[in-house]
Design a protein around this ligand. Sequence first.
Ligand code: PLP
Length: 421
Amino acid sequence: MTYLPCLEKTDPEVRNLIIAEEKREWDKMRLIPSENYASKAVFEATGSVLTNIYSEGYPGKRYYEGQQIIDQVESLAIERAKKLFGMPHANVQPYSGSPANMAVYHAVLSHGDTIMGLALPHGGHLTHGWKVNFSGLTYHSSPYELDQETELLNYDKILKQAREVKPKMIIAGYTAYPRIIDFVKFREICDDVGALFHADTSHITGLIVGGVHPSPYPMADTGITTSHKTLRGPRGAMILCKEQYAEKVDKAIMPGLQGGPHNATTAAIAVALHEAAQPEFKTYAQQIVKNAKALAESLNGHGFRLVSGGTDNHLILFETQKSKGIGGREAAKALDKAGIVVNCNTVPFDPNPPFKPSGVRIGTPSVTSRGMKEPEMKKLGDWMNRAIIAASDDAALAKIAGEVKECCKDFPCPGIDPSRW
Ligand SMILES: *Cc1c(COP(=O)(O)O)cnc(C)c1O
């Protein structure tokens, strides 16, 4: 039978694009640390009839009739989230990570309150108070930075800054920090200055659930996580919080910021939470970290300077400018031609502007989902080195892309079945 038969009939143009993307995801080594492969079970829930209904409100307290089933779906997702993270309250309705952060701030802050998050060029997120984002425009942002010497979080300096600026909230959780975050220290700093502790574990939630990164829950007052990164669910997010903020958080989402929840996504979040609670998920999380360490070692051996010297989690940030005399953007473009997908990224205290950063950010969640292990990471490091050295030689890059594709054949992507193309 043809694959995607309905699309073939009604919209072959979109069908072709979806299949082309499946092929791209199959043939390349995807190293964007925020990306992953969702399971077929997650896709089945995402593509279900739950998309058809409107359910503003919360289970048992809706505005429209017809909520008999969706109330059960959302309650299931909420209960699974509370259990997996050990938090008393969960809201599974945020449309994505950024709106989830927005809702938390809306719930517990007033406009103009001071917030402290890691500066964007040091690995923070836009929504943690960066100046062009709503978070930096609506709230008074006093970003903290990494230590210039060690490129690590310097908790003494963060405490000192917090005592000076007296923030209402301190945010911990990043997009480009390759090391363990000491959430206990953040709790202590927040208690010292009377600030709320907001954890944003979007990148590392899968590692936390898998037991390879300490959890900020239930210490944090509030927390958010996306569901589509290391957690391997649909594109969406969750808010977790202490009981005393539950009502404010729920009201901030609806009616504060959103209308009807994306119910099919809610079901898929429930599925992802169930998958993440299985024992195999621990093995998966452990392998993500083992792979990142193996890849870091390989890159180190090829003379790349790794930010902070290495990694404890799923991601690596390395310098291309200083190591090989090529900008991060040029390196990323060459790697893509070689079948290895990465993003260019600023490094802490980057001398170059953000659109011409000196580094590249990579991560192992996707390749680990395909079953790749340390030997493939060693090969990946070799290929990356070759590609970056041969950045302007399209023939050499195409040759590497061929080798990468050949290797990928042995590692099926969850959710994709090439026999259907
Ligand atoms: C990805 C991410 C977000 C934003 O999530 P979106 O779904 O892209 O809006 C927020 N915070 C952190 C730390 C992230 O990594």
